[in-house]
Design a protein around this ligand. Sequence first.
Ligand code: MTE
Ligand code: LUZ
Ligand code: MOS
Length: 762
Amino acid sequence: MVNTDLTKHVRGESIFIDDIPVPVNTVYLSILFSPLAHGKIKKIILDEAIKVPGVKKIFTAKDIPGKNQIGGIVLDELLLAEDEVTYVGQPVAVVAAETQLIARIARNKIKVEIEKLKAITDPREAFAAGELIIPPKIFSSGNIETAWKDCDVIVDGTTETGGQEHIYMETQVSLAFPIDGEGIKIFSSTQGPTVVQRIAARVLDLPMNKVEVDVPRIGGGFGGKEDQANAWAAITALAAFNLKCPAKLVLPREEDIRVTGKRHPYSSDFKIGLDKDGKILAYEFTFYQNAGAAADLSPAILDRTLFHAANSYFIPNLKATGLCCRTNLPPNTAFRGFGGPQGMFVIEAAIFKAAQTMGIEPDVIQQKNLLKEGDSFHYGQNAVNCTARLCWQSLDSKFQIKEIKDSIAKFNSSNTLLKKGMALMPICFGISFTNTFMNQASVLVHIYSDGSVGISSAAVEMGQGINAKLRQIAAKIFSVEISRIKIESSNTTRVANASPTAASSSTDLNGKALLIACNTLLERLLKSAKEDLNLKENSFLEIKNEIVYSNGNPTKSKWIDIVNSAFLKRVNLSTQAQYATPGIYFDKEISKGNAFAYHVYGTAIIETTLDCLRGIYRIDSVKVVHDFGKSFNKQIDIGQAEGGIVQGLGWITIEDIIFDHEGKLATNSFSNYKIPDIHFAPEEMLILPLENSTNPSGVFNSKAIGEPPLMYGIGVFFALANAMKAFRPNINISFSAPLTPEKVMLKLYSRSKEKSSNYLSQ
Ligand code: MTE
Ligand code: LUZ
Ligand code: MOS
């Protein structure tokens, strides 16, 4: 079954927030953002701006009735700047006007006098200046101090990974209505309706029950709306509440790119020790996370970096240090993978460098160290139903790793300027929010008297297909036509205290809650039907394709009959249900525990061709064996895998975010920030499911899919590195992503002491 929204999207019928008709008295907002990365606000001069005809009001921090505070994990982020600005793009003042154009014209007439202070953009520099948002986090296992002496090979190095802009199709948007003079209703493009509700309530000094948040669907989030829709929603709520009229804010693309946070850039140091056979004995590393000017979700993201720092490998002695560094950049935030990719890049770089030192191929080390059943992760959890090795083996038997290598070697020996490179990329991703309490969701299900069904859940549809999956689940339990099932908007008055739709967990959490609710309703219906059919208590009744069966035989009753009869008998046809993932816990003091419900595994083999004259490259193929568990919607799951892979390889190759030293974003549009298009996407993408896999923790034995495949994209870096080595065998690869064609070019022709065997550099 395809994503339910597809046909509506194609016809332009899907309603996004900007499509909601607004009353004539709606005011439109435009925000004045800080032009400087760091400074003291001396004066905000509104005189010229307020005179623009059509301007209703200009809001600054002093107009906030509640707390001027939108921080979550750490209370360190103001909604509107007070005496200081700490990044370019920080909201300072908000113009409310009759039209969007007037609002923008007036915004441009606001003058702010700021005394410039020194800006820090580099996380290592921030660390040196003592700018840590939280104390260092350390995860460790075994005994790293004594482990080094058993190692035959020890290599160390540094790595860099860049940021990444979310480029959701729908930019940040919010529309707020005052309700009854005492409350507010907000339509927000958010992954977290409850977070928006909590923050808006805090800013307006209202109890949460007077703030209703509704999310019809969102035009992509990718993590960028897990926490960062809050500010825009709170700003529209502030204006609507104060002016007693609807208020609307849409960020133009250029503003959205410039002022919102991105994937965290990381700078890292590693040291890895192996025995002579390539077994990893010790791994020590430090991550400098560039958090930006406020905490946002950075501490949670840093946790996931530490959780996934050993990727899919068993490493007996490990020490990981994570530093959450405050810089003068927009606060960085969740992005598909949530710190995992940044951690996994470093171990892959360490393995690559170790292999180079040992004169072997990286996949020898990768394969040798893959997790196996019962191995313990460095955070104490054991690998259960571990399919890491099965995925690798299955990939090998389906695609013949050796044959691919031979054909590449052959190609490279007969081509001078074109070189091919391949890499294997195993992945391991833990499924659950690492904050245990967030692993809960609830649903509200109504069966209407005509047999149609309405479902409200904690989940937000953002293109990932959750609505289609929820419909499938309900249709399967009730055994009715899928067309009977409707998924309602995500709304805080119908589903309260919801975790954001994130961590790839929305199907697991909401799906399980829905299973509980549907089974409860089914039980009530069948009990009522037994009475109607004069059947004994112990007779076995079920519904198959809308028809009621008794002890395996069809009866005259249909779904619609039993629903209607139950209604007339005053049976409750609505229910609410909650699901909380069992068996997970994490002790933050010692950084140990069963943090995840289960893990997702898979292996990719990637082939690339590098044009060594121009530095440009092609990604020939990405072939994957992925553990989907038992997928109950292959179309959506394969789509998620393909999208994730392309997003991941974009991050590692061409998506280059550049801030100047003053903290100004240079790459602020599609003309200077390039994301993969269909021409850049791998020519061949083949994603095969691992056969006979199952997952008792998932809905119908499925596994979460949203984020894990992104990390296959990391392998593209190493495939390209191998192609570079084919051209210049002694090249010293620097582990700096994104590996843009410019970087490849500079590296291929850099002068270094090592002797090149290639004729071009002789
Ligand atoms: N797919 C689409 N089309 N749009 C998105 O915004 N977000 C990704 C992933 N796939 C996203 C997407 C991210 S970051 C997450 S966490 C998951 O979807 C969330 O949805 P899920 O829990 O239903 O997998
Ligand atoms: N969000 C969050 C996430 O709050 N906690 C997580 O563990 C997480 N993981 C992935 C994506 N978002
Ligand atoms: Mo996804 S980064 O969990 O929104």
